[in-house]
Design a protein. Structure first.
Lengths: 387, 304
């Protein structure tokens, strides 16, 4: 209905400063129309400030915000064809559910606001409680009403500010799937702000990872997970083992790295030109417990030819989670690696036992050696503790 | 209770021994006693007084003389009407003054909040009487307020509105209403402030996000949500203002006598206790009925 005006959401050099504190720093971002986009980052990274600037609730200090070919930077919130699902839902307590949902339509003098509102309530499966007041609903229902209240206006951009934060885990999982379905059904641009990396990966087509007001990396979930470009992303999205490595030589498609005297391989295209020092990263689930390379070579596993990289260490901790066993393996130089071993029936390694870890070179990734190896890891630990 | 057999689903539940707990009733006792001694007994005494005949010298006897009510009302109904009009006008003015101030204090004042609150309460540190007497000085003929009012022709406006009868401000309807407005302003500000302070700012943002202009946001969200505060404030202002007898005496003239002043003089000067008691009862009944209608109309029970 608004094909003329709707289009991609573009942030051009958007900066927000509070006194001396820079909440958002030179943000350039293009969010394609109709996509499910997630802004992911720890609390205080500037993601909510970014969202509020798009909504018109905060003004950028510098920079422009465009929707399609319209510059909306200087318009007020009520003039923008953008709607928000607030973290606290912000349902009007004095109005019925139906009146809450028709609120935006009435302000725009849409003629058949009641029918449209009922349609939106049906979409979130709450048409039967239209006459109730928000105070009579559960958190999950209020969340859906907030969603219906925003969707019914068919905004160019729908903003979701940690919309599932207040729900319990089970309901959150269910709502993640529902939100995703609703988004593909209505085809609106969703911009979802969250600190929960799993939520972002489950729902979004594209994720922008933010830290300290800056964009760390933008990409689809698999790309971000498999090929993080910074230690922050490597640690914040899932977990990573980072090994200090230096390049020994580059031959053909494979580079040979030296990690504390052990020779490991990595595809050359993962390395930037002229890089000599780097963090070699590998995800815990990519590591496998393989048979040690004994002197006779008799016990070599069948997939040994794939998993060319090998490290030996001692199991210092093993915890069984049902789906998998999580190990902590201490290497010769004292570093501990996280290993997640699928529960595929293999006999688990015992604590204190010597093990050999193997992984395919293409599962490794290279990061800038100057970056903090623990960036983003602390935030990650906090969040997963809460979930 | 032991060994008692209970049939049906209740049997599955363990028998609960109900021990009577008298503590809540004991805690209520002092308050109830206070109400009985200082409210119920005087009310009955007043009711009885209004139906007695006699005089201070000869003593009073209960004769169920309802004619007193008819006489009192036929003589003093203009004072009733005037009291209601003055109190209602003053209530409207306090609301107009208090709402923006309370909103500012609650939502925008930041670190000035506590200072502003103290300033609102500060007038209570001196007595009601002294504050009203001060208004005599403020509105006095040769004071700066009157000079200013004359220079901007405010006095002419008041005269045209029949709130004053000459170009001074004292001893007029205007002075009485101004005094009432001033004296009861804190009673309006405080409930409004308490209400508006709890107003969730994200609701204001949500209204803006849903295309409501600031004016629409106020009338569709802020105002309806603040109604409990408005109702509380208007009741706290209107009820005492309707029965007030200080402002009309100190700031008014013979044409601005309010019912409180009449009751006061019937009791203490004319010493017609029956009429005074009857007037008190009618005033109470009128206020109770008006408040009941108003609260029903405002529908506060539907608000969260």
């Amino acid at each position: 209905m608004t094909d003329k005006t709707s289009g991609d959401l573009k942030l051009k050099g958007v900066t927000k400063m509070y006194d001396s504190f820079t909440a958002v720093d030179q943000l350039d971002l293009v969010i394609p129309r109709g996509s499910f986009f997630a802004l992911l980052g720890p609390s205080g990274c500037g993601k909510t400030t970014t969202l509020r600037m798009v909504a018109g609730l905060d003004q950028p200090t510098i920079g422009q915000i465009w929707i399609g070919d319209q510059d909306i930077t200087d318009t007020r919130a009520y003039q923008r064809n953008v709607n928000t699902v607030f973290q606290s839902y912000a349902l009007f307590p004095h109005l019925s559910i139906l009146d809450n949902v028709t609120f935006g339509l009435r302000r725009r003098k849409v003629s058949d606001h009641k029918a449209k509102a009922m349609e939106a309530l049906e979409l979130v499966q709450l048409a039967h409680i239209a006459t109730k007041k928000p105070g009579q609903l559960s958190g999950g229902m209020q969340q859906r009403v907030a969603l219906a209240r925003a969707i019914v206006n068919r905004p160019d951009v729908l903003l979701l500010d940690e919309p599932l934060g207040a729900l319990d885990l089970k309901l959150r999982r269910q709502m993640q799937i529902e939100l995703k379905q609703i988004q593909s059904e209505v085809g609106l641009t969703f911009v979802h702000v969250t600190h929960d990396q799993e939520e972002a990966m489950t729902m979004a087509d594209t994720i922008a990872v933010m830290d300290s007001g800056r964009l760390e990396q933008v990409g689809d979930p698999a790309m971000l997970y498999e090929h993080p470009t910074s230690t922050f992303v490597a640690n914040f999205l899932g977990q990573s083992n980072l090994l200090k490595a230096s390049v020994k030589n580059r031959t053909g498609t494979t580079a040979e790295l030296d990690v504390h005297g052990v020779s490991l391989r990595l595809p050359v295209d993962r390395l930037k030109d002229r890089t000599t020092e780097l963090w070699l990263g590998v995800r815990p689930e990519k590591l496998r417990l393989v048979a040690p390379l004994d002197s006779e070579g008799a016990d070599r596993g069948a997939d040994h030819h794939v998993e060319q990289n090998r490290l030996t260490g001692v199991v210092v901790d093993a915890s069984f989670t049902g789906l998998a066993t999580n190990y902590l393996v201490q290497l010769a130089w004292g570093q501990e690696l996280m290993v997640v071993q699928q529960n595929d029936g293999a006999r688990p390694a015992a604590r204190g036992g010597q093990v050999t870890l193997g992984w395919a070179p293409e599962h490794g990734f290279a990061l800038n050696a100057n970056e903090d190896a623990h960036a983003g890891a602390q935030d990650q630990a906090d969040d997963s503790g809460a979930v | 209770m032991v060994g008692q057999l209970v049939e049906g689903p209740a049997a599955a539940q363990p028998l609960r021994r109900v021990r009577r707990n008298y503590t809540p009733y004991l805690l209520l006792l002092p308050g109830l006693a206070w109400l009985v001694v200082f409210f119920v007994v005087p009310m009955l005494s007043l009711a009885s007084q209004s139906l007695q005949t006699g005089s201070v010298d000869t003593g009073y006897t209960l004769t169920w003389h309802f004619q007193t009510y008819v006489d009192a009302l036929s003589q003093f109904w203009p004072h009733f009407a005037r009291s209601i009009v003055f109190a209602a006008t003053a209530t409207v003015f306090t609301l107009l003054l208090a709402y923006p101030l309370a909103y500012f204090m609650a939502q925008k004042s930041g670190r000035w909040k506590n200072i502003l609150l103290v300033l609102v309460i500060a007038p209570f540190f001196t007595s009601f009487l002294i504050r009203t007497l001060a208004w005599q000085t403020i509105l006095t003929d040769n004071g700066p307020v009157v000079a200013l009012a004359r220079s901007i022709h405010f006095t002419n406006l008041l005269q045209w509105m029949q709130l004053t009868s000459n170009d001074s401000l004292m001893n007029s309807r205007f002075a009485v209403i101004a005094g009432l407005t001033y004296n009861f302003l804190p009673f309006m500000i405080l409930p409004l402030y308490a209400n508006l302070e709890r107003l969730d700012h994200s609701l204001i943002e949500a209204a803006g996000d849903l295309y409501a202009t600031p004016v629409q946001t106020f009338w569709k969200v802020t105002w309806p949500l603040s109604l409990p505060g408005v109702v509380g404030g208007t009741l706290l202002t209107f009820i005492p203002a309707a029965g007030d007898f200080i402002n009309s005496r100190l700031l008014g003239n013979t044409q601005t006598v309010m019912i409180g002043q009449v009751i006061d003089s019937e009791f203490l000067r004319v010493q017609d206790y029956a009429v005074a008691a009857a007037l008190s009862f009618v005033l109470m009944a009128v206020i109770v009925i008006m408040v009941a209608l108003y609260v029903r109309r405002a529908g506060t029970e539907e608000l969260v």
